[in-house]
Design a protein around this ligand. Structure first.
Ligand SMILES: C[S@@+](CC[C@H](N)C(=O)[O-])C[C@H]1O[C@@H](n2cnc3c(N)ncnc32)[C@H](O)[C@@H]1O
Length: 322
C-alpha cells in the first residue's frame, strides 16, 4: 500500500472544487525537482485541490516521470530536463482537470502489487486492501479452501492479491464491464497468476450468468465489493469520483443495497456448505443486511460478523452458508 492519505471512504476521497483550470508552458517552470514540486503544488492548490492532496499529487507525478515510486527517492536538487518537464506538465494538466492521481499515472499499489488502472474502472480503495487482508488471515493455511468467485472484479486487484497470497487457490472473476475485464486480465497476466483464473465479462444479475457460474462452482468463497452507494448520494461525491469513475461501479440503487440483495439471494446456490461470503459495504448497511438474511427462512445464510475498517466503522461482513 502506498502511503497516501488514509482516505475515509468515497466521500472523502478527494475534496470538491469547481475552480477553473489554468494553462501554462513548461518554460514557466524552474528546473530542479524541489522547485518543480513547489510550483506544481501551488498550481493544484489554485484549482482547489486540498493542500495534502496537492502535495501528494505533485510528488507522485514527478517521481513517476523520473522513474521512481516515491518522491523521496528522487535525489534532492535533481535537474529535470526539458522532455521530463513537458511530460510532468502533461500529467499535471490532467490532475488539474480533477482526474484522480491514480488515473493520471495509470497505476497504483494494492498491497505490494502495482496494478494498472484506467478510467472508468474503479480505483481500488485502502478499505478493500483491509478486506483482502482479513480474508487472507481467515483462510490461513487451509488448503482445502480451493476456489473463490469475485463478483465485480474491476481492475482485478482483489483477485490478483488473493491468488498471489493463496497460491493453491483458483478463481473466477466476473464483471459487467468489458473494460474492467480486460484490465483484470492484464493485471493478472502482469503478475503471472492468470493461469489460475477465469475472467468472465457477464452481468451477474442475469439468469445466463447464474447457469454458467453454477457449472463452474460451487465455490469455497465469494468476495465482492459491490456498487453500494445510494443513488441520491452519487451527486455529492467528490468531482474526481463523479466525473471519472464508472457510475455502474458505485450506484447501488435507492438504499444502496440492490446489488447486495441479489448477491444474498443467489450466494447459497453458488457456495459450498460452510462456504463464506465476504462483502464490503457502505456505512450503516449491516443491520439491513442481517434483517434481509433473517427474514428469509430459505436463505441458508448466517450473518457471522461485521468487521470495522481503519476508521472504526463497520464496513465488511462475513456471511456463511449452512
Ligand atoms: C465497487 S466496484 C469494485 C471493483 C473492484 N472489485 C475493487 O474493489 O476495486 C464494483 C464493480 O462491480 C461491477 N458491476 C456492477 N454491476 C455489475 C453486474 N450486474 N454484474 C457484474 N459486475 C457488475 C462494476 O463494473 C465494478 O467493476
Amino acid at each position: 500500500m502506498r502511503c497516501l492519505t488514509r482516505i475515509q471512504g468515497l466521500h472523502a476521497f478527494y475534496r470538491a472544487t469547481r475552480n477553473p483550470i489554468s494553462c501554462y508552458s513548461s518554460s514557466a517552470y524552474p528546473s530542479d525537482a524541489i522547485k518543480v514540486c513547489s510550483n506544481l503544488i501551488r498550481k493544484f492548490q489554485n484549482v482547489g485541490i486540498e493542500d495534502t492532496e496537492s502535495r501528494f499529487s505533485a510528488e507522485y507525478i514527478i517521481a513517476h516521470v523520473l522513474g521512481k515510486k516515491m518522491f523521496h527517492q528522487v535525489p534532492g536538487g535533481q535537474i529535470i530536463n526539458e522532455a521530463q518537464l513537458t511530460r510532468i506538465n502533461e500529467l499535471a494538466m490532467k490532475r488539474m482537470e480533477r482526474m484522480p492521481l491514480q488515473y493520471v499515472i495509470q497505476e497504483w499499489d494494492f498491497h505490494e502489487f502495482t496494478v494498472k488502472l484506467s478510467p472508468p474502472v474503479l480505483i481500488p480503495r485502502p478499505e478493500t486492501e483491509e478486506l483482502v487482508q482479513y480474508m487472507i488471515q481467515h483462510v490461513g493455511q487451509n488448503k482445502s479452501c480451493r476456489t473463490f468467485l469475485e463478483v465485480g472484479c474491476g481492475s482485478g486487484a482483489v483477485t490478483l492479491c488473493l491468488l498471489s497470497k493463496l497460491p493453491w487457490m483458483t478463481a473466477v472473476a466476473c464483471d459487467i464491464s468489458c473494460v474492467a475485464c480486460d484490465l483484470t486480465l492484464e493485471n493478472l497476466t502482469k503478475h503471472q497468476v492468470q493461469g489460475r483464473a477465469v475472467v468472465l465479462n457477464m452481468d451477474f444479475k442475469s439468469a445466463e450468468t447464474m447457469q454458467y457460474l453454477s457449472r463452474l462452482g460451487p465455490f469455497d468463497i465469494i468476495v465482492s465489493n459491490p456498487p453500494y452507494i445510494p443513488t441520491a448520494d452519487i451527486d455529492d461525491l467528490d468531482p474526481e469520483v463523479r466525473r471519472y469513475e464508472d457510475r455502474g461501479a458505485l450506484d447501488g440503487g435507492t438504499d444502496g443495497l440492490d446489488f447486495i440483495r441479489h448477491l444474498l439471494a443467489v450466494s447459497p446456490m453458488l457456495l459450498k456448505k460452510n462456504g463464506r461470503l465476504w462483502l464490503e459495504t457502505g456505512l450503516e448497511q449491516h443491520k439491513t443486511i442481517q434483517s434481509i438474511i433473517n427474514s428469509d427462512s430459505n436463505c441458508a445464510l448466517e450473518f457471522v460478523k461485521s468487521i470495522e475498517d481503519f476508521t472504526r466503522r463497520e464496513r465488511f461482513c462475513l456471511i456463511e452458508r449452512y
